[in-house]
Design a protein around this ligand. Sequence first.
Ligand code: KIV
Length: 274
Amino acid sequence: MHKVTISEILALKGKRKITMLTAYDYPIAGLVDRAGLDMILVGDSLANVVLGLDSTTKVGMNEMLHHAKAVTRAVKEALVIGDMPYASYQLNSAESVKNAQRFISEANCQAVKLEWFPDCPKVTEEILKAGIPVMGHIGLTPQTADQLGGFKVQGKDANAARRLIEQAQLLEKLGCFSIVLECVPDKIAQMITQKLKIPTIGIGAGLYCDGQVLVINDMLGLFERYTPKFVKKYVNLSPLILKAIEDFKEEVLQEKFPAPEHTFTIKVDELNKI
Ligand code: KIV
């Protein structure tokens, strides 16, 4: 058993692709870890795919820590990253550092992730100064999607692409150990990946990134409300789960479950004594 370290993630750039998935609970995190993924993100996508909320801005520190603790209880090897929720790092630096520290000290994560916003460099610097590894996140940043014109591909014209390149370079200079590129044209993701020494992790950013991440409920077919273009469903679990639940219901109604093999018995002579 070997716990993945930040320096190992850095060293993977240019050697092989880096693998990352989200997880929000003990059983799924355990499976992701057993499959040997390099990193697990306890994403604030928790809000949409687990808690049934309509925006990631509606999840807070308490929910994130609750789920991050369940994930780290299961994970032995992968590097676990806590996704800082909306309003946990935008208000002031001291509060941001305190919240980042909670992911490390209370939830046993190894790093935190921050979505880009205008004050992001300052906050990132403060969190890094406190000794906490930071993963950046640029391109489509769901917490501030309204300010980006909605859930749209980012960096589609030369000026917007240049801004993304500058953001990535600044985050690298500040000391981030990697950067998520979300919904960015593949050639822009390639340019950013080539310009940086730290790994880029793409989601809807094409094949040229140093690694890939997906929301686990999307790739398992466990989220039916909508499916972004960049999602590949490796399995469609929802119909399988629905069928199992319907089978249970039918068997209970028809008194087929529990069968003898699921049933505890008592010897007849003991029964007769009662
Ligand atoms: O919250 C999340 O799941 C994320 C990924 C999409 C990178 O931020």
